[in-house]
Design a protein around this ligand. Structure first.
Ligand code: MG
Length: 277
């Protein structure tokens, strides 16, 4: 049997609004509650964006701090990962909450087009974020939205800005970036194996490709990411009732692929993170 599956729940994201699915958690209290339900359903890692009161993407470290505190209190051992993503956020604001020392933070290692804008990550900015994460002992999750980002990650390892083995996420299905095609998924994995052989990996499928990519990951021995940030529906014609419902769908499928759901302690061990305080 292969390695237990770390299920990541991306609870909120930058874009989904309550009018699109009322289950999208927006306030810190809603985010903690939604994370707790997802934790009970099998998620061992939570990916966190915060929102301003008008639901626009937030940067306020106080909001991040409240969510982290609630997750640590109600979801023992769960891995906390902050997003350093850019939508609607000033570049200078994107790393300020790293002073709160979450277990992990996302790190996109290059620029790419998103549906209506450029996701801008110039080389010096990427290196500065990597350095801050290193200083605070935060493990990055390398977000690969396009092929070059994979080789950029390997270069960060060479420069000593990223510890080996890194954890890499392939993001597929974002309009204007990489489509969710099995041939690309297989190529990305074989390249990762060639250049960063000890790396752990997860893939995210956005929108309608979420479930398909989840199943590819279960089959290929990787980890899984789900949640309302990436996709609002549990089936093509029904909105998900909660983040937990999406997590449960992945957890329930594990048996078919001869996988087990990682506990938070197993997830920490797989990713080389310190045990929970
Ligand atoms: Mg995100």
């Amino acid at each position: 049997m292969s390695q237990p599956v770390i299920i990541t729940v991306a609870i909120t994201g930058a874009l989904p609004k309550k009018k699109d699915n009322p289950a999208v958690p927006v306030t810190p209290a809603e985010q903690v509650e939604s994370t707790h339900e997802a934790f009970e359903a099998g998620a061992s890692l939570v990916h966190i964006h915060v929102r301003n009161p008008d639901e626009s993407p937030g940067s306020d470290p106080e909001l991040f701090g409240r969510v982290q505190e609630g997750v640590r209190k109600h979801c023992p051992g769960m891995i906390v990962q902050f997003s350093t993503g850019g939508r609607g956020r000033d570049q200078k604001q994107r790393g300020v909450m790293l002073q709160l020392k979450p277990d992990m933070a996302s790190l996109a290692t290059g620029s790419v087009n998103f549906p209506t804008q450029i996701y801008e990550n110039p080389p010096d900015f990427v290196e500065a974020l990597a350095r801050t994460m290193l200083e605070h002992d935060i493990k990055p999750e390398i977000e690969v939205f396009d092929l070059a980002m994979l080789y950029n990650a390997a270069n960060l390892v060479k420069k000593g800005l990223l510890k080996d083995p890194p954890h890499v996420q392939f993001v597929m299905g974002v309009p204007n970036a990489m489509p969710a095609r099995r041939t690309i998924f297989d190529f990305l994995r074989s390249e990762l194996k060639a250049i960063l052989p000890k790396a752990t990996w997860v893939a995210a499928g956005v929108g309608r490709s979420q479930w398909e990519v989840n199943q590819w990951c279960l089959e290929a021995g990787g980890h899984c990411r789900t949640g309302l940030e990436d996709n609002l529906k549990v089936t093509p014609d029904r909105l998900a009732a909660s983040n937990a419902e999406l997590v449960k769908k992945v957890a329930d499928a594990c048996e078919k692929f001869e996988r087990t759901v990682a506990t938070p302690a197993q997830a920490r061990q797989i990713l080389g993170l310190r045990a929970a305080a």
